[in-house]
Every structure is written in C-alpha cells, then in structure tokens.
Design a binder for this molecule. Sequence first.
Ligand code: FAD
Length: 482
Amino acid sequence: MLTKAELHQSATRWAQGGIAAVLSTDDDSTDLHLADTLAAGVGLCDVDAVRVLVDEGPARVHELIAMGAVFDTDPEGHLQLAREGGHSMPRVVHAGGAATGAEIERALVEAVRATAAVVLENWFAVDLLVEGGRCRGVVALDPTGVAHEVRATHTLLATGGAGQLYAITTNPAQATGDGIAMALRAGLPVADVEFMQFHPTALHHPAMPRPLLSEALRGHGAVVRDRHGDRFVDELLPRDQVSRAMTTRMLDQGVDHLWLDATGLDHFGDRFPTIAAALREVGLDPASDWLPIAPAAHYLSGGVVTDLDGASGMPGLWACGEVACNGVHGANRLASNSLLDGMVFAPRVVDAIVAGHEGPRATGAMRVVLGGADIAGVAVSTPPPPAVEVGPADKLRAELQQVMTRGAGVVRTEATLAESLDGLAISADRSADGAELVNLATVAGALITSAQARVESRGNHWRADHPEVDPGLRVRLVHNLP
Ligand SMILES: Cc1cc2nc3c(=O)[nH]c(=O)nc-3n(C[C@H](O)[C@H](O)[C@H](O)COP(=O)(O)OP(=O)(O)OC[C@H]3O[C@@H](n4cnc5c(N)ncnc54)[C@H](O)[C@@H]3O)c2cc1C
C-alpha cells in the first residue's frame, strides 16, 4: 500500500453524517434504499450497481463492527439510525455523533498496520506502469522526490476525489484527482466527471478542509440568511437546490458568504459536539453568533469507469471509492452512500482478484464501454495535457481553483465554461506539488468539456443557460470511450 501523505490523511476521516445501510427491516427495505438512490441519481444510476450497493451494504457494516469500529447505540444497545436528506427512512449509522469517518478510519488504519505487507507513507504515485497493455504497478516519488517503479501483479486505485479543483472545498489537501488524471493519461474510460456535488453549508473560514455545518442543523431549525439578514430559501430542499439558491444570492449581493443562524437551537453542544468543537476553535458561539457559510465542493460522482468488481478498462488495474465510477451515484450521490460505496466495492475487487478475473466485464458502468447498458455512452474529447515547466505550484493551484469556482462551479453557462477552459493553461515543476497541479488541470479540463457537452441541468450539474432536464441527454459522457 502506498499513500502520498500519512496513512490517516484522507477524506474518509472527515466524513461526519454516517453510512447509509438497511440495518433494521421493521419499516425499511433495500428496495426503498434502491429507490431513493435512483431518485437522487436522476436517471443516470446503473440499477444493477445500486442493487449490489444496497444488498451487500448491511453485511459490510457488520464486518466493520467486527473489525472494531464502534457506532452510536441507544440505551438498549441497538444501533441508532438517523434520517438524512433524500432518504425515505432513518438508515444512517454514525459514530461519535458526527465523527463517523474518524472512527471508521481508526479501525481501518489499525487493521492495515496489523496486516499490510508493506506500507509506504509519503510516497506519491505519479503514473501507471503499463507493459503490453497491462498495468504492472505505478511510478512513484519517494519522500525525497526520487522516482521508483513500484511493481504489482494487481494495482488498485483508491485515490479519492478532487475537491481541490475549487477554491472552497470540504475535501482535504490530498483530494487532487490524481487517480482520474492517471487513468486519463493512460487512455482509460472516465465518466460522469461533470457531476461535482457542492455542500451548501460549509463554514466560511480559512481553515482547510472547511468544517461542515451538517444538514442536521438545518433539519433541527437553523436558517440561512443573506447579507441583510433575510431568509430566501427553504433550508430543507436537497443540497444542490440550496447551493444554487445561495450562489445566486451571493452573486446578486456581491458577497462571498452568507449566514447560518442556529441561535434558536437548544443544547447545541450536546447535540452536535463535533461541530461545536470546530466552531469553538475558530472563536464562534452558535448561541449568539450567526455562522458564516458558503457552498463548498464536496463529492465527485464520476471517475474511472469500472465494472461491478471494480475492474477498470485495463487488465491489472482496479478502482474503488470516490475515484471510481461504477454507476451507483449517477448525476448526484445520495447522502451517506459514498462510504458505503467504498465498503461494498473494495472487497469485491479482492474477491475478483482471488477468483482470477482478468480485465473488465460488461457489468455496471463498464457496460457503456463494452455494451449492454440501457444508458448510452457518448464520447467527450479531453483537452491536451497542460505544459510542464518550472513554476510556484501553490500560487498556480490557487489560481486554478479560482478559475474553476468562477466558471465551472455551482452555476455554469457556455460562456463561463469557455472562460474556465481558457484559464487552465498552467505550468508546473516536476515535484509532487507540480504533479498534483498537472493532475488538477487534467481533471479540470475533463470536467469542463463534459459540462460543456451536457447542455441541460441534471443532478449536480446546473446550466443556467439550459435549466431543464433534457430526456435526450440521459447518456453517460465518457472520456477515452474506445
Ligand atoms: C467533510 C466530509 C464529510 C463527508 N461526510 C460523509 C458522510 O457522512 N457519509 C458518506 O458516505 N460520505 C461522506 N463524505 C464522502 C466520503 O468521506 C468520501 O467519499 C470517501 O471517504 C472517499 O474514500 P476513498 O477511500 O475513496 O478516498 P480517501 O478517503 O480520500 O482516500 C484516498 C487516499 O489516497 C491517497 N492518494 C491520493 N492520491 C494519491 C497519489 N497520487 N499517490 C498516493 N496516494 C494518493 C490520499 O492521500 C488518501 O489517503 C464526506 C466527505 C467529506 C470531505
């Protein structure tokens, strides 16, 4: 296992709300979880993939518990199940109130340290090692910046998302889309990258990643106010609608943030201990202060196209978690389905390798490449890779994030997307920072050209110049479609 920072540094540790899985069948069922997931994905989920997700999820949660993860229980010892936006039933298990990711990661990091053959921390995977059309590992920089070939019979990309494409994100600094960029450079199919989910209520503060003021606060009565203190949106609408209303209001009022007023919530510290601690750290008191908020890039639905066993378009290369596009999320991820995605599909990769599978099969999202999908695949061209020269990577990264936020963020039009594409001409040095910047620019280019091709509004993708869903565009937009 190699990871570019320390083992615990990932998006997983920041996950708050929890894991969606049907653990009580009193009123709930996997059919309901399936229906909720399909509704969120607005016609672009692969139904078979979602079936696998909801059916195999509950056993994976029990496996995690057996591995030592401790979830919140009621006084009788039953798992507490929360209800989140888009779910028709309470089915979200959580840990430490809103510290679910930290608990999952604690259990997994312990298990990895106890069992992994080799753990290389602060090693940066730069590119896939491809020989004879098969993946043979990666080229990686060691902690001193020296390049090595790290060889493997099978290689699993689990590099996470790409929130760092935007100036405001809930994602950690490591979420730079490296796995997607590597796959694009290797000519592998990558799909659905126009669907970046923005979380409406991230704390507007220089702290990175931005602390989330979770949906639960709005569910319990916190309200969104504009610069004049007026309410302007139903706070309980789905995330994308709240994000859009907020972005439009921010542009109208020429401000870079709005306010969440939670002063009416009793016992804030007891009910939301993690959020209360984050607020204390930046000197805010939710009992008396309005909390500055802005929409933040949160989750990338698309990624490296895989089959239902995580096989990518290249034998020997597999992908799971946020980097992958197996078809479960479609145009919008249902809350708390992403930890579940990783938990369900990662073990399927291991099982497939053990079973001797070689290369992808026509299942899940991979059917847009190999045939048999009810959702057609449409090829999108990827802009050429950016030039690589010497330059200050941190300054260039900030510029790229501004370019993406202005033109390819919550609200997009043909004109703003074209401006963003023009603004992507960047240069970078050959360090890991430089390589990350090139990856960000590569993924940004792919995201923009997909967003240009999707001349409609669907799920997380909002085109102000095409505000309706176009039934003719119920297609998967694929880079490197053979
Ligand atoms: C603030 C926040 C709250 C969230 N809340 C929830 C929630 O309540 N429920 C839910 O289901 N989901 C939630 N999510 C989403 C969920 O946490 C992520 O989608 C999921 O954890 C991604 O897991 P992953 O293993 O794919 O990636 P990560 O956990 O991000 O792991 C990727 C790893 O790959 C490493 N890496 C990346 N590139 C390279 C490279 N080039 N070389 C070597 N290593 C590399 C990184 O350092 C990192 O360790 C939340 C996300 C955030 C940011």
